[in-house]
Design a binder for this molecule. Structure first.
Ligand code: NAD
Length: 279
């Protein structure tokens, strides 16, 4: 029976550590969240982030823009936040409406305030293995989960399913930097199971319910389920959780797995950003 990695408990521990560091320091980290439109899921996520900030002693402000905001208006807000010395982190809640150029927005955020780690400078630093990068929260959270079970990636085969800029690619980079042999698979991969069956650590970030079934996993593998899928009003991941419990050594649940870790690492990144800006 697989051991369940409790992302909720681990995220609370990380958030408490951040809160303690903030309480001990003279820093007043401030996260500015930009929210475009009225997507209910985005509003829920932003609400959760505000709550987590409050609990950790991080100030937060939410800048709500109408769905029909222009690129120029959004860029002007980013410029204001870049110049505001009391704002240490800027997060633009995704997804953005189609008429807005997401990459241009990421590129406009000052790299030291880019708590999502999407600015090309942070992506570059991470890929070069150089210090000072703000690392994308979800893959950084997955690394914390592996650390919590004292898992050493060096020499292990990590298979990542999904190659997005937000999860799959930075996840692969972090595993590679930790000394793993990494295979990246994606929507055009033929015979996905051939690769997933080789994984010592299988990290799935796609957004397709039951994509990974027990027969696709090597016995004893660690399986991290990043995916989220709405089924009615329930949230499920990308893996057949019940089936994999019989095969995997460790497994993350959805909900209560990677999701809370993403928020904990956002809070941690905001503190890191504040520290970088205050030297
Ligand atoms: P995305 O849509 O940008 O990328 C999905 C990736 O899956 C693509 O690279 C695509 O090539 C790949 N893919 C699609 N179909 C596939 C298939 N049949 N076989 C193999 N690969 C396939 O999504 P994303 O932003 O990377 O997010 C992925 C999932 O993770 C989503 O469900 C998202 O909701 C979830 N997510 C969760 C958190 C969290 O904190 N829990 C954070 C970010 C994303």
């Amino acid at each position: 029976m697989a051991t369940i990695i409790d992302g909720k408990a681990l995220s609370e521990k990380i958030r408490a550590e951040v809160a303690e560091e903030i309480a001990r320091s003279a820093l007043k980290p401030h996260l500015a969240v930009v929210l475009v439109g009225d997507d209910p899921a985005s509003h829920t996520y932003v609400g959760m982030k505000e709550k987590a900030c409050r609990a950790a002693g991080v100030l937060s402000s939410v800048h709500k823009l109408n769905l029909d905001v222009t690129q120029a208006e959004l860029m002007a807000l980013i410029a204001d936040l870049n110049h505001d010395e009391f704002v240490h982190g800027i997060l633009v809640q995704l997804p953005l409406p189609r008429h807005l150029d997401q990459m241009a927005v990421f590129g406009a955020i000052r790299p030291e305030k880019d708590v999502d780690g999407f600015h090309p400078q942070n992506v570059g630093l991470l890929n070069l293995g150089l210090p000072g990068a703000l690392v994308p929260c979800t893959p950084a959270g997955v690394m914390e989960m592996l650390k919590s079970i004292s898992y050493t990636l060096k020499g292990k085969h990590v298979v990542v399913v999904g190659r997005s800029n937000v999860v799959g690619k930075p996840m692969s980079t972090l595993a590679l930097l930790a000394g793993a042999t990494v295979t990246i698979t994606h929507r055009y991969t033929e015979n996905l199971a051939v690769y997933t069956r080789q994984a010592d650590v299988l990290i799935v970030a796609v957004g397709k319910r039951d994509l990974i079934t027990a027969d696709m996993v090597k016995p004893g593998a660690v399986v991290i389920d990043v995916g989220t899928n709405k089924v009615g009003n329930k949230l499920v991941g990308d893996v057949d959780f019940a089936g994999l419990q019989e095969v995997a050594s460790h497994l993350t649940p959805v909900p209560g797995g990677v999701g809370p870790m993403t928020i904990a690492l956002l809070i941690k990144n905001t503190l890191q950003a504040a520290k970088m800006q205050h030297g």
